[in-house]
Design a protein around this ligand. Structure first.
Ligand SMILES: [Zn+2]
Length: 174
């Protein structure tokens, strides 16, 4: 899925494992679950609008992705201070695209980082683990603009979870 959804997942794990007494364990759980959430969300991404290649000539693609950049900036503004490590781990596998897309845009060829290696490794793991391997039978809506609604539904669900976690915390302390 796209950056805003991954950011929200990182925020959730940071809030879930906000244990001051067991800091190394909390950090380890936030990091591993953050990376795992990326793999899971990317597996679910087939049902959302997510064309395989950037299409700057397509007005809908452009507007949708600009909106996602804007939402990402808002989410980072809201939660970076509190949840930067969770967010970083939840976004970490997308390092792949920092290598792949500039290569494509500059029409560079060569063996260095010519595949999204982290995504391939995570996908391999998911494909060999029950029940996640069954996600391969999800419908493929990646080129269907209306399927963008699934991305928004996912974000809404995660925002609700964050709201619940904040409420729980307030109830504990006050
Ligand atoms: Zn990804």
């Amino acid at each position: 899925m796209l950056a805003p959804t991954h950011i929200l997942a990182g925020v959730i794990f940071t809030k879930l494992f906000n244990w001051r007494q067991y800091l190394p364990v909390a950090f380890f759980l936030t990091a591993t679950l953050g990376i795992f959430s990326h793999a899971l969300l990317d597996k679910l991404a087939v049902v959302t609008y997510c064309p395989a290649y950037p299409d700057f000539a397509n007005l809908f693609w452009l507007a949708y992705h600009l909106l996602m950049v804007l939402i990402s900036i808002i989410f980072l503004y809201l939660w970076w201070g509190e949840a930067k490590w969770g967010i970083l781990f939840a976004l970490l596998p997308d390092i792949d695209w920092l290598f792949i897309y500039p290569r494509q845009w500059l029409h560079l060829s060569g063996p260095f980082y010519d595949q999204p290696y982290i995504h391939q490794a995570l996908d391999w793991m998911m494909n060999h683990t029950i029940p996640f391997c069954y996600l391969n039978s999800l419908p493929d809506n990646r080129s269907e603009p209306l399927a963008a609604l699934w991305e928004f539904a996912g974000m809404l669900l995660l925002l609700l979870l964050i709201y619940r976690l904040d409420k729980r915390r307030r109830n504990i302390y006050f």
